[in-house]
Ligand binder design. Structure first.
Ligand code: ARG
Length: 462
């Protein structure tokens, strides 16, 4: 039998089943620090405005500080039958300091309180995740610089297409992560507004100063409209979307690592730290870690869809439906944080098998486009004609069991006599890679330029 449901109007004790469904304390207790920080700022503002006495403020402030340290030391645990973290802390404060504790809830509601606590949690984690992304970008650019000369087949449709360098490939992921970083940071900036003082939905008749609390809590300003503020969970949806997109990028990189570590590719070797064995096949080394990172995208997407669905069609302002906003966000944040930490370690520790990558470049006539480009640039042929001549050269190479770069000048001239010896150097895979010097291209000089550009950008974020 519980009696902890917040009400002056409900006389009967609530049923245990109601409490089980209704109580959020089992999961929102992780917001204790945000809740206490918010309450201290609110109490400070109330005293500044003369709404509570300086003495009451001191008692409240000291009481809250003690509760915080007791929670952290384990002397006070949040496992009672309180409805939520807000009731648990306010209740404990009043038990400890008496009447002054009862003044804390002046000019506020749990509606602006939960909007604050959850927003602080989300804002903090936007920054934590952004920082982890930056560390991953850093690891990727170190690798990119080291391998700006390492050839591998660039692919489309998972078929060998044109020679690129491994650094260029890593810079593609670094570029994705840069956008991810920017998304987390822009969500932070956009949502860094204080909900404190919105009270239940309409504001309050007490002479509060929302700027005082906003400033004390590090917000750029108070929100504009209270009705919106207590029912807004866009900030939570944003971090869920940001995480989904990040995890989608992580899953693509993971997929490539899985593929590259197969016997068919052998382009990379994951360190033993990041692979597991099989319980029955003693010879096996499985890429469980990138597989799990690839799979974690599923739950991130689920959490995003769940909250979008909860919010859809909700009338203004607060509805209890919104209590369902938290667990998915906690889960996605935990997932993203751990995934980024693991990814960084795995990338830093893996071995890049340069020889295997370069060997793979001899499969698939990667420099075929260079022959066509040569015929257009040097022999002034229309591209479509050049394309067909090149097709004939590929067929000849196939027939001879060679790569197009291994055909002799006379082989090539047997297809079209306009081809001269200048073409031989162009068909070399490294030359082909280095020929792609257009901005953002794969040529080693361009890859290194991309590395330097991101390095400079990282410095600006510090
Ligand atoms: N536990 C609630 C939540 O997480 C706090 C707000 C409750 N407000 C209310 N009026 N019932 O959403």
């Amino acid at each position: 039998m519980g009696t902890k449901i917040a009400s002056a109007r409900i006389s009967e004790s609530s049923s245990e089943l109601l409490q089980k469904l209704n109580n959020s304390l089992p999961f929102d207790k992780v917001l204790y620090e945000e809740d206490i920080t918010g309450s201290r700022a609110h109490a400070y503002m109330l005293s500044q405005q003369g709404i509570i006495s300086e003495d009451d403020f001191q008692q409240i402030d000291n009481g809250l500080k003690e509760i915080l340290s007791d929670i952290e030391s384990g002397d006070f645990t949040l496992d009672g039958d309180d409805e939520d973290i807000h009731m648990a802390i306010e209740g404990e404060l009043t038990r400890r300091i008496g009447d002054a504790g009862k003044r804390l809830h002046t000019a506020r509601s749990r509606n602006d309180q939960v909007a604050l606590d959850f927003r602080l949690f989300v804002l903090t984690n936007n920054k934590i995740i952004a920082k982890l992304i930056l560390e991953n970008i850093n690891t990727l650019i170190v690798l990119a610089k080291k391998h700006a000369q390492t050839l591998l087949p660039g692919m489309t449709h998972l078929q060998h297409a044109q020679p690129i360098n491994f650094g260029f490939h890593m810079m593609a992921y670094a570029s994705m992560f840069k956008r991810d970083y920017e998304r987390f940071m822009s969500s932070y900036e956009r949502n860094n507004l204080s909900p404190v003082g919105c009270a239940a939905l309409a504001g309050t008749p007490h002479p509060i100063d929302r700027n005082t609390t906003a400033k004390k809590l590090g917000f750029s300003s108070p929100t504009l409209n209270c009705l919106d503020t207590v029912s807004d969970r866009d900030f939570a949806l944003e971090i869920l979307f940001n995480i989904s997109t990040l995890m989608m990028h992580l899953s693509r990189l993971s997929e490539e690592l899985i593929l590259w570590s197969t016997a068919e590719f052998k382009w990379i070797t994951l360190s033993d730290k990041h692979a597991t064995g099989s319980s029955i096949m003693p010879q096996k080394k499985n890429p469980d870690i990138p597989e799990l990172l690839r799979a974690k995208t599923g739950r991130a997407n689920g959490n995003l869809i769940a909250l979008l669905t909860v919010m859809k069609g909700l009338p203004l302002a607060y509805n209890k439906d919104m209590q369902e906003d938290k667990e998915g966000v906690f889960d996605s944040v935990r997932t993203a944080t751990l995934s980024l930490q693991v990814l960084e370690e795995m990338i830093a520790d893996m071995t890049v098998n340069v020889e295997e990558m370069e060997k793979a470049c001899m499969i698939g006539h990667l420099s075929a486009t260079d022959l066509a480009d040569y015929l257009v640039k040097e022999q002034n042929l229309p591209f479509r004609d050049a394309y067909h001549i090149t097709g004939d050269a590929v067929n000849l190479a196939e027939k001879k069991g060679l790569d197009i770069s291994e055909l002799s000048l006379s082989d090539l001239q047997s297809i079209d006599e306009r081809i001269d010896e200048g073409v031989i150097a162009l068909l070399d895979n490294r030359a082909s890679m280095n020929a792609r010097v257009s901005e953002g291209g794969t040529a080693t000089v361009r890859t290194l330029e991309q590395v330097e550009s991101l390095r400079g950008w990282i410095r600006e974020q510090m």
